[in-house]
Design a protein around this ligand. Structure first.
Ligand SMILES: Cc1cc2nc3c(=O)[nH]c(=O)nc-3n(C[C@H](O)[C@H](O)[C@H](O)COP(=O)(O)OP(=O)(O)OC[C@H]3O[C@@H](n4cnc5c(N)ncnc54)[C@H](O)[C@@H]3O)c2cc1C
Length: 499
């Protein structure tokens, strides 16, 4: 059995997906996960009566008409059912300095009107964004996420994909291919510049934001009603029902390579687990530099790991409130008049998630409000390692500072807090091993989208990479990366049971 078994490292979305596809392909499969449960960065935890969700916010690509929905059906063994609540408002943007407020709704005309009302000198830039989004409407953009990795692409595969998208070409090139922050620098109005940069991460290409706006307008975005972990557990359940095995609290220390082929893993407790092939769906750096000892790096990987920008690390503070916040927008970004400082970071923008779209997160009359702010990994890790009590008090102080700022927007909130849960970049590192607490892996820059990342390594066969460090952050790319890793092994000649 072991010569056909696939060992998957990591029980995040990508590793679980690899596990299900391994079983569907007839391979015995064991997933080994260093943490005590599944999910990786897509996780939830219970605090008293509150469910705190540390992961997925926007869900996409799941509607029956989306090309990517086949993934969900295969991974869940059925359709999505009523797991997803429809998103009507993408977000609310509040600027304390200017006293401005814009809601990004499904109505693109309204968004154009609101932005022009505030920043009339920037008509051309506003029109460009709105037109870009309009052109992308009713196009199945989940196909973009379905791009095959280089190992599975016939030479002309992309031509067919590009032809299918020809109506939208103009929305991917020229100004649309620049980063949003670069594009926003051309605004006359500094408020508009900041608004555009904050619509998603500032380094994403303009087309990515147009794509989100188009998807929103078409009703293609939603929220997971029961939170990230419920979705993760459904995939884990499917894996177990298909006969897969999973071991938690089983950190891998190294990947065994014998005669040029991956033949198993050594766990940190010294146990050796043999297999016919290994898929690593763990952090990319952990896999390449630690588990494989840096022996199979090509020039491109060295360059990537030494110079590519990481997605930002953050401080996440979740408040369990004796209050409903029923009429609030589930995603609100506040540009603060006076920045908050904590542990090496000066925070200008607070991003708020308000879990008011489902009763799963809090009992009636209560709600979870979660604030996120960019944070410095080194300062938090140093504090945690060197001064544990200072670390705890800085977490407490950061939560108090944030709460003070929220009082202006949600009067009375300070007296309604029943709990505050604080996650630092050091927590993310500890629980998921993502490098420098970059829970969304690489910054999704224009360069990132233009660079197809290989899932195999020269010099080691029966091995494939999956996960957000090769596929990019996001549910669909990660789930697909698990499927692709199994396909790569299958095509390279790994025989399933009875095969
Ligand atoms: C706050 C947040 C919000 C997000 N929101 C959205 C969203 O709205 N929409 C969307 O589509 N995507 C979203 N994402 C992105 C998406 O959730 C992630 O890209 C995806 O969950 C990553 O899954 P993964 O399995 O590739 O990686 P991970 O979740 O990092 O899983 C890797 C796993 O490997 C394990 N591991 C690491 N090293 C070892 C080892 N040595 N031995 C054993 N196990 C190991 C880790 O413990 C972990 O469980 C969000 C992410 C975050 C952090």
């Amino acid at each position: 059995m072991t010569e056909r078994r696939i060992i998957v490292i990591g029980a995040g979305l990508s590793g679980l997906s690899a596990g299900v596809y391994a079983r569907l392909g007839g391979y015995p499969c064991l997933i080994v996960e260093q943490y005590s449960g599944p999910g990786g960065v897509a996780s939830c935890w219970k605090r008293g009566e509150y469910l705190i969700d540390g992961g997925i916010h926007f869900f996409m690509g799941h509607r029956p008409q989306d090309a990517s929905s086949v993934l969900f059906r295969e991974l869940l063994g059925g359709d999505m059912g009523d797991r997803v609540a429809e998103m009507r408002i993408y977000g609310r943007y509040v600027d304390e300095n200017k006293g401005r407020r814009v809601d990004v709704t499904r109505d693109l005309d309204r968004l154009a009107r609101d932005l022009k009302g505030y920043a009339g000198e920037d008509l051309d830039l506003i029109n460009l964004i709105i037109e870009g989004a309009r052109r992308l409407r009713r196009l199945d953009l989940s196909r973009v996420a379905l791009y095959l990795p280089p190992e599975l692409s016939p030479p002309l595969a992309r031509l067919g994909e590009m032809w299918a998208m020809r109506r939208a070409w103009r929305s991917f090139s020229g100004a649309y291919g620049r980063s949003m922050s670069d594009f926003a620098r051309a605004c006359f109005d500094p408020w508009l510049s900041r608004f555009l940069a904050n619509l998603f991460l500032p380094d994403v290409p303009v087309w990515f934001v147009c794509f989100l706006l188009a998807l929103l307008a078409d009703g293609g975005l939603g929220y997971l009603k029961n939170g990230s972990l419920d979705f993760v557990r459904s995939i884990e359940k499917r894996f177990l029902e298909l006969g897969g095995d999973v071991a938690y609290n089983a950190p891998v220390e190294s990947i065994l390579v014998e005669n040029g082929r991956a033949s198993g893993v050594r766990l940190e407790d010294g146990r050796i687990l043999r297999s016919g092939a290994v898929i690593s769906a763990a952090d990319g750096r952990e896999t390449l530099f630690r588990l494989l000892g840096g022996r199979y790096l090509d020039k491109a990987a060295v360059e990537r790991y030494s110079s590519w920008k990481l997605a930002p690390a953050g401080l996440t503070v979740s408040f369990g409130l004796r209050r409903e916040l029923a009429d609030e927008v589930p995603l609100t970004t506040i540009s603060l008049m006076h920045p908050i400082s904590f542990n090496g970071s000066k925070v200008q923008d607070l991003s708020l998630r308000i879990f008011n779209y489902s009763p799963a997160f809090a009992p009636k009359g209560r709600c979870v409000l979660q604030a996120w702010a960019e944070a410095d990994f080194d300062s938090w890790q140093r504090l945690r390692d060197g001064d544990p009590s200072g670390y705890e008090s800085e977490k407490k102080r950061a939560a108090e500072e944030i709460l003070k700022r929220l009082e202006k927007h949600y009067p009375g909130i300070s007296g309604q807090v029943e709990l505050a849960d604080v996650v630092t970049p050091a927590t993310v590192r500890r629980i998921t091993r993502n490098h420098r607490g970059a829970s969304m892996a690489w910054m999704p820059t224009p360069r990132f989208f233009k660079t197809p990342l290989r899932r195999t390594l020269k010099g080691v066969s029966d091995f494939a990479l999956a996960g957000q460090w090769v596929a990019g952050s996001g549910v669909v790319p990660c789930l697909l990366s698990g499927k692709h890793a199994v396909e790569i092994l299958h095509r390279s000649g790994l025989k399933p049971s009875g095969g």
